[in-house]
Design a protein around this ligand. Structure first.
Ligand code: NAP
Length: 278
């Protein structure tokens, strides 16, 4: 019997129980995936749940907002990617040590690679524009810089983009005047802002009147709705574009593998989501 769970707040809309329950069934594992809401101020609540991983009562935990950073203080070890990003989304016991990892970065780059392989116009072109400079922008910056991309982060608060602290990063103010001149050299746009996320599905982070770059791919981290307005706008001008459901599935499958050793077929998780009518 394995026990998995998600710490965060609010988490009642999370798809993780569906993904991991399907994975357990497919692998013939008996177990459960619990939603463990812990409010922002409840640091003791995090500590108590991590103690259950240490004792073996819980096999592994996912961590989400607002605890991806403040969980780190209670861990014995971080993997290199978790340390570089400064946030964990997966906790497990390894050789008796409470270990924190971040599966979002590999989840993102794997799903992006699948998207890039659909078109062949992007080979050798590696200049990316990231919209937003919050937690997931840090993940995307880490993943893309590891893969050799040149990166510009565009944020409404320049100081937040600078705080990402990657010396090779360019920053640009989030407006047409500053973005327009650089777009001709951009091959990939990644939206890491929540603009367009349910219920605000009629919003788009793309600045009104700004033309998309030619021969560019777009990746929107948002996965609800399954097709955001931004993705619709990009597809309307012939761009390859994707929302973030593939990243969500990939990061979940990578966490599941760390906890159980099973490398689950991704379609098991996609099928489980499709069955919910989501
Ligand atoms: P976050 O830490 O709050 O960062 C959001 C960023 O967007 C911040 O830089 C924020 O700037 C900016 N922003 C918000 N509203 C804006 C606006 N109206 N105009 C300009 N910039 C704005 O959030 P996050 O954790 O990175 O998550 C962002 C999105 O990614 C969410 O929709 C989340 O669901 C999605 N996500 C998806 C996956 C996946 O697996 N597919 C994984 C992680 C996250 P300020 O700080 O100035 O507000």
């Amino acid at each position: 019997m394995i026990r998995l769970g998600l710490i965060g707040f609010p988490i009642d809309q999370s798809l993780s129980p569906i993904l991991h329950s399907a994975a357990m069934r497919a692998c013939g594992l008996k177990g459960e995936y619990l939603l463990l809401p812990v409010m922002k101020e409840d640091i003791q609540g995090i500590y108590a749940l991590l103690a259950k991983v240490r004792s073996g009562d819980i096999t592994g935990l996912n961590i989400t907002i607002p605890h991806k950073q403040n969980t780190i203080q209670f861990l014995d070890e971080l993997t290199p990617s978790a340390r570089a990003i400064g946030a964990v989304n997966t906790v497990y016991l390894k050789n008796g040590k409470l270990t924190g990892h971040n599966t979002d970065a590999r989840g993102f780059i794997t799903d992006l690679t699948n998207l890039l392989e659909l078109g062949d116009g992007q080979k050798g072109k590696k200049s990316a524009l990231i919209l937003g400079a919050g937690g997931s922008a840090r993940v995307v910056v880490y993943a893309l810089s590891q893969a050799g991309w040149a990166i510009t982060v565009s944020a409404r608060r320049i100081e937040q983009a600078l705080a990402i602290g990657n010396s090779r990063l360019h920053v640009a103010e989030y407006n047409g005047i500053h973005l327009s001149p650089i777009l001709s050299s951009i091959h990939l746009i990644v939206n890491t802002t929540p603009i367009g996320m349910f219920p605000n599905i009629h919003d788009s982070p793309w600045i009104d009147g700004l033309a998309f770059p030619k021969e560019c791919v777009l990746y929107d981290l948002i996965y609800n709705p399954r097709e955001t307005l931004l993705v619709k706008q990009a597809r309307a001008v012939g761009m390859q574009a994707s929302t973030g459901l593939g990243m969500l599935v990939e990061q979940a499958a990578l966490a599941f593998q760390l906890w159980t050793g099973f490398n689950i077929a991704r379609n098991v998780m996609f099928d489980a989501i499709n069955k919910t009518g989501y």
